[in-house]
Write a protein that binds this ligand. Structure first.
Ligand code: ADP
Ligand code: MG
Length: 320
């Protein structure tokens, strides 16, 4: 049975070995895994963006979930928070509770985690490993040029409301576990990191969709002290969702389905052409779905005939 320290060395102490000695001076990490704390070297003129997400078996993923996909998702949801702030992800810590030293599980988890970490240039710099009911807590740190971070609080009356990608696919995957294309949206979401960075100085407010479009846009409205009118028909959705005949069910998935990790953001109408160019460049659809209006944090979703629709709430861990 490997010790806790052998497991950490074998599965998580990875990046430092791949660094050539000549790169040491320019590295963003002065000291990584192996001491009592990591030492980071933030760049001059940058602010640090820090965010934590906790994933629990039974609450955020089902028992027996594929370890590689969990490694991907645990990091992806944190990367998505960096994207929503307009920050470039740099470093992560990983606190892990495991029922047993299951090496096949650790191998799969590390594979999923590092595949995504390497794509986005994120270095694992520390963490904690303990025995207990399976849970994963990642803290991510990123950099954003001073005063260019994107906030929930910046939306202004008259701004357009935009959504990246498509909504409702991850929530439908929960209802149709056999559909592989949908399952990928739920298990292996693609964090919109590049979009987030490119929205600096362009978007007036941003948030990522973890709990559902209506709820997450609602956070922008509350923080910004504004209202919104959204055109339901303009909300982008995958074909599998758009084809659902039961209109209420479809609306629930699109408006209140969580876990899509798309970005919802606002921008002045004068920026429309820049956003069209950006969308083409990133090969990522950006849909204009409504407008910010008024000073009351009220969300109106209008159907095809311009009539207000009933909007359910998104996911709330403490809902009765
Ligand atoms: P401490 O006793 O100070 O908590 P540990 O013995 O728990 O230190 O950890 C040893 C080193 O391994 C530390 O640098 C810690 O950050 C790192 N570490 C522990 N668990 C993990 C993990 N799951 N992922 C990455 N690094 C880890
Ligand atoms: Mg420890």
């Amino acid at each position: 049975m490997p010790s806790e320290f052998e497991l950490i060395r074998k599965y998580f102490e990875r990046a430092p070995r791949e660094v050539r000695p000549v790169d040491r001076r320019t590295r963003r990490v002065a000291l990584g895994i192996g001491d009592d704390a990591a030492l980071l070297r933030p760049s001059a003129g940058m602010e640090l963006a820090v965010s934590t997400d906790l994933l629990l078996e039974g609450t955020h993923f089902r028992a027996g979930a594929d370890a590689r996909k969990l490694g991907h998702k645990a990091l992806a949801v944190n990367l998505s928070d960096m994207a929503a702030m307009g920050a470039a992800p740099r470093w992560a810590t990983l606190a892990l509770a495991l029922p047993a030293a299951n090496e096949a599980w650790l191998e799969g988890f590390a594979r999923g985690f590092f595949a995504l970490a390497e794509r986005f240039g994120v270095e694992l710099i520390g963490g904690d490993t303990t025995r207990g009911p399976l849970s994963l807590c990642i803290t991510i740190l990123g950099e954003v040029p001073r005063s260019l971070a994107l906030f929930r609080a910046g939306a202004q009356p008259g701004d357009d409301i935009w959504v990246s990608g498509e909504l409702g696919g991850a929530a439908l995957a929960l209802e149709q576990p056999g559909n592989a294309a949908l399952a990928k949206r739920l298990d292996e979401p693609e964090p919109r990191v590049e979009l987030g960075e490119r929205l600096r100085g362009l978007a007036s407010a941003a948030i990522d969709v973890s709990d559902g479009f209506a709820q997450d846009l609602g956070h922008i409205l509350e923080r910004s002290g504004v209202g919104a009118a959204v055109d339901y028909a303009a909300l982008p959705r995958p074909g599998e969702v758009g084809g659902i005949a039961d209109g209420n069910r479809q609306a629930r998935l699109v408006l209140s389905g969580g876990d899509d990790y798309e970005l919802v953001f606002t921008a002045p109408p004068a920026r429309r052409s820049e956003l069209a160019v950006l969308s083409a460049e990133l090969k990522l659809p950006l849909a204009r779905v409504g407008a910010i209006q008024g000073s009351e944090a009220k969300l109106q979703v209008l159907d095809g005939k311009g009539k207000p629709m009933q909007v359910g709430r998104g996911y709330d861990h403490f809902a009765p």
